[in-house]
Design a protein around this ligand. Structure first.
Ligand code: NDP
Length: 334
């Protein structure tokens, strides 16, 4: 009997919002391992907004995906066969892997993860790429000082929910912006934000920010870009810091969006606006993971996950990111 190996390929480069038809399923043969290799069974797949950028045929900090080839993202997999002495059957690993049920690897780019320390899915979120993004973006660029005010957009998502909590741990006032009343309630009840704004129902976001931030905004951690960010910029303080982490509101735009120019207020208020990718802090990842784990163990930090079940639902889970269907980290359990 030939075992099938479901694989998800990029069928089209999406125009605007990704569609299910931009993805294609294929049944490949389950691979065999040779000396030095391991056979992996995919357990958890991370779907992330940045994958949208890789679906474009454009130069970026990561290679674009190729048409008719598997999509890759952060995944947790189980070693089910090993001819590599560094890995045993039953080990769990984290790595950038193909959207396939089974695949082989030489193991060089994989990190072993331990289910006894944290649930496996947490290595894709709070203890993984998105947690580290929150930690380094806020501490290295935002440089929060006790008593300062932080505004976070995309606040109920994987990165934003961790940013807000770190802000509170460091003694700041934190205001989050998210897309539903339920998410705003969760910001306050679960993550300890001081206030929240629903950008879909707020009549005047800029005014709500001004009302919630009587001393102005010292740090803006931006996950969404676009109009929401223009409204936060209008409230930024002198010597404020704008951490440009993401711009999800623009990822599906077909033309480069225009808006208010930023130079005027950056100059007048001596504001720092800095973009980054988490990979910039590669060498400090162990330090970041250690700190996040410590806060988790001390119950100063918590996290939410939206876990979708089933390999077939990976493309839909990815599309749902652009519809705000997730609270916290969006993950597919295979
Ligand atoms: P999230 O978990 O935040 O999921 C995406 C969320 O974005 C949705 O739930 C939705 O929440 C919100 N959203 C979707 N469309 C819009 C829109 N048009 N306007 C405003 N909000 C929208 O994703 P992540 O936490 O993984 O990522 C957050 C941001 O950080 C992304 O922009 C991502 O690209 C970026 N990022 C950057 C990294 C870096 O190294 N610089 C690394 C990781 C992520 P809602 O219901 O509130 O609208």
């Amino acid at each position: 009997m030939i075992m099938k190996n479901k694989t998800i390929l990029l069928n089209n480069r999406p125009t605007g919002k990704p569609q299910l038809s931009d993805f294609k399923f294929s049944d490949e043969k389950k691979p065999e391992i040779t000396e030095g290799e391991i056979l992996l069974k995919t357990k958890f797949v991370s779907v992330d907004p940045y994958l949208r950028g890789r679906m474009r045929d454009a130069e970026s900090y990561v290679e674009p995906f190729k048409l008719d080839e598997p999509i890759t993202s952060g995944c947790i997999a189980e070693v089910i066969k090993s001819k590599n002495k560094s890995f045993n059957k039953g080990d769990f690993v984290l790595g950038s892997l193909d959207w396939k049920e089974y695949q082989t690897s030489k193991g060089s780019e994989l990190l072993k993860v331990d289910e006894k320390i944290a649930p496996l899915s947490a290595y894709l979120g709070v203890l993984g790429m998105t947690g580290l993004t929150a930690y380094f973006g806020l501490t290295e660029i935002g440089k929060p000082k006790k008593g300062e005010t932080i505004v976070v957009s995309g606040a109920a998502g994987a990165v934003g929910s961790v940013v807000g909590q770190i802000g509170k741990i460091l003694g700041c006032r934190v205001i989050g912006i998210a897309g539903t009343d339920e998410k705003v309630a969760m910001l306050k009840s679960k993550f300890g934000f001081d206030e929240g704004i629903n950008y879909n129902t707020a009549k005047d976001i800029s005014k709500e920010i001004a009302d919630f931030c009587p001393d102005g905004v010292d740090i803006y951690f931006d996950n969404v870009g676009g109009d929401i960010s223009d409204d936060v910029h209008a409230n930024i303080n002198r010597f404020g810091r704008i951490v440009v982490c993401g711009a999800i509101s623009t990822y599906n735009e077909t033309k480069v969006p225009t808006g208010p120019r930023v130079q005027g207020f950056l100059i007048k208020k001596s504001v720092l606006m800095q973009g980054f990718t988490v990979g910039n802090y590669n060498e400090k990842f162990p330090e970041g993971t250690k700190q996040l784990s410590k806060w988790l163990n001390e119950e100063k930090l918590t996290y939410s996950e939206t876990i979708v079940e089933g390999f077939e639902d990976i493309p839909q889970a990815f599309i749902h990111l652009f519809e705000g269907k997730n609270k916290g980290k969006m993950i597919v359990k295979v």
